[in-house]
Write a protein that binds this ligand. Structure first.
Ligand code: M6R
Length: 617
């Protein structure tokens, strides 16, 4: 079982170079092992695979080169079941060595299939469900010589979620792909064609992509592609142009993709806001497919998301309820459908997902649709599964996010949620146009505020240096600062592998304050002074932790000197309205986590045990 990155290629170029280059771009999806298979000539299939990052595979290929070929497949793995070792690396080969398969997803009935094959004498070399597919395919090809048809017939036997890309020694000019509940896109080139888990796999070669639908098989040759359904009938597919280029998928002089993406945040926010007002100043959300009439019926909103996207949802709840007066709940995608939530036609489910592929979120969408609710998704990835399966979509235009830790994804999600909230307020008539216009102007000012923080990252780097030996961190916030505290802690956990916990500042005294020890670093996000009650309360919270020995780092707006007597360190934030403060206060915490992890010698872009798109439940 795996999430992983998949590449396929047929064309005039050197397949090994193209496939390994594609894997390099997809490595953020998983980096427990990597492998490729090539068909240099009819009857001949060669492969190489290695545990660990792609660099290990590259070293192995350099040591033992593979023959030149014009067709190949590749895989970079994020392991869930089956250790991340050489044996479990992809592609598994079928016993006669003539069929190789790369797979992303979970074959849920693989034990039954494996037993069936073992009873026929097949011997398995790995613990993976994917090897079963390779064996089934070899068996199928003995009676069905057409590779597409053989793949389709094998797919009919599989349950669960999968993307498959297949190479066969007897079909040197063809790569076949198939998908169910797992991503696969086609890249159309000139005399060459590609397959990839996402467009990054082939962005160096073409910007023309084809979305594959659910339960489809695609046959790719150098001259064209053919798409059929699992039912064997010709299927529709949509071609689109990728709206970002190679430079967006490169580090552009930064040490890490994460650093680059942190610095892209002003642009990501500006892009997400771009073109959202018509000439009369009315908010317009073009991509959205829900009518104003349908939105007027909405009497409850449930935001469903995972990880950082969930925290963006927590922030959004404050704004949605405040601006629209529609009750709003926020729920973890992995929990949502198991608690039998009360949904009906007038409940709007808002899902938030950077990748558009998170399986927990996708399953929540399917559940909500079964209950007849409308689903609107906020997503950063064009053509991905989540927006495709939703009734409506608002795209964040943040550009590709490669680093596993989400940064520009988060800020642009908050902005998109705010646009949605304002749009609902406009449609429901609960806010005047000029009030909406004023908030939009305040949002337009945010990129400059973020830039101000980015112009002085040294401050957070120095702080990371100072706290490099700390083993545990606490983050406190109130109101919208509370999810920011959670997000600050998550960034530190995933990048620095340290214990970090975020709390609502007022909750601390109900238990967690006991963990504060001499020198424990405590970050406190102070609400703007405009919210004096909140601001005053948090000043007391700072004193409470300080009295117990905490080392306090306080993030506070410019001009607010009321907290100055208490903290050990002060990080200044640009002055913005309370509801917009997360868009600036999250940024120093991102920088801190990145700087600390760098000092600890960790791979910031590819933290251990993680992957970018979590396509398993
Ligand atoms: O692609 P998604 O937004 O659906 O991903 C959700 C989470 O897996 C993601 O935000 C994760 O928590 C990040 N690694 C956090 O930095």
């Amino acid at each position: 079982m795996h999430m992983c990155g998949i590449v396929g290629y047929v064309g005039a170029k050197d397949a090994q170079t193209v496939v390994v280059g594609g894997l390099r771009r997809l490595e953020y999806r998983g980096y427990d092992s990597a492998g490729i298979a090539l068909v240099p000539s009819k009857g001949d299939l060669v492969s190489s695979k290695k545990a660990g990052k792609l660099a290990n595979l590259e070293a192995q290929i350099e040591h033992s080169p593979l023959p030149a070929a014009h067709m190949g497949i590749g895989h970079t793995r994020w392991a869930t079941h089956g250790a991340p070792n050489d044996a479990n690396a992809h592609p598994p080969l079928a016993p006669q060595g003539k069929v190789a398969v790369v797979h992303n997803g979970i074959i849920e009935n693989f034990l039954i299939l494996r037993e069936e094959l073992e009873n026929e004498g097949y011997e398995f070399l790995s613990e993976t469900d994917s090897e079963t597919v390779a064996f089934l395919l070899e068996r199928q090809l003995a009676t069905t010589s057409n590779l597409t048809e053989a793949t389709r017939l094998v797919c009919e036997r599989l349950e669960g979620a999968f993307t498959l890309v297949v190479a066969s020694a007897d079909h040197p000019d063809v790569v076949v792909g198939a998908r169910r509940n797992s991503p696969l896109v086609v890249g159309l080139g000139d005399g060459e064609n590609f397959l990839g888990s996402d467009v990054a796999a082939f962005i160096d070669h073409t910007k023309t992509a084809v979305e594959l639908g659910q339960d489809q098989v695609v046959t790719v040759t150098a001259d064209g592609i053919e798409v059929i359904g699992f039912d064997g009938l010709p299927a529709e597919s949509t071609t689109y142009t990728v709206d970002w280029d190679v430079s967006a998928a490169e580090k552009g002089g930064y040490d890490w993709f994460m650093t680059k993406e942190i610095h892209e945040q002003p642009a990501a926010i500006a892009e997400t806001l771009l073109g959202r007002q018509d000439a009369s100043g009315r908010l317009q959300l073009d991509e959205m497919r829900l009518s104003d009439g349908e939105l007027r019926e909405v009497d409850k909103i449930i935001i469903v998301a995972a990880g950082t996207s969930f925290y963006a949802g927590m922030v959004a709840k404050y704004a949605i309820e405040h601006w629209t007066r529609i009750p709003c709940e926020v729920e973890l995608a992995s929990e949502f459908r198991y608690r039998d939530p009360i949904l009906d036609r007038s409940t709007l489910i808002v899902t938030i997902s950077q990748s558009g592929e998170t399986m927990d979120t996708l399953m929540a969408i399917r559940y909500a649709k079964e209950q007849r609710s409308q689903v609107l998704s906020i997503c950063n990835t064009n053509g991905s599964t989540i927006p495709r399966e939703s009734d409506a979509v608002i795209y964040t235009h943040a550009g590709p996010e490669i680093a596993v830790a989400s940064t520009k994804g988060f800020l642009s999600q908050v902005v998109a949620c705010y646009l949605l909230a304002l749009y609902l307020a406009q449609v429901k008539g609960v806010k005047y146009l000029d009030e909406i216009g004023q908030i939009l102007e305040q949002l337009q000012d945010i990129p400059a505020g973020v830039q101000q923080i980015l112009d002085n990252t040294q401050e957070m780097a120095d702080l990371a240096e100072e706290l490099v030996d700390s083993k545990a961190f606490i983050f406190l916030g109130r109101h919208v600062g509370y999810p920011v505290a959670l997000e600050g802690a998550l960034k530190l956990k995933e990048l620095a592998y340290l214990h970090a916990e975020g709390f609502a500042a007022g909750e601390l005294k109900h238990g967690p304050i006991a963990v504060i020890d001499q020198g424990t670093p405590v970050f406190v996000v102070v609400p703007p002074r405009a919210r004096d009650q909140l601001q005053e309360k948090i000043v007391s919270n700072i004193q409470e932790v300080r009295a117990r020995g905490a080392f306090t780092i306080v993030l506070v707006e410019e001009g607010d000197d009321s907290v100055l007597p208490f903290p050990d360190r002060v990080i200044r934030l640009p002055k913005v309205p309370t509801l917009l403060q997360p868009l600036v206060s999250a940024v120093p915490l991102q920088i801190f986590a990145c700087e600390l992890a760098t000092r600890l010698g960790h791979d910031v872009d590819q933290p251990r045990n993680l992957a970018k798109s979590v396509t398993v439940e």
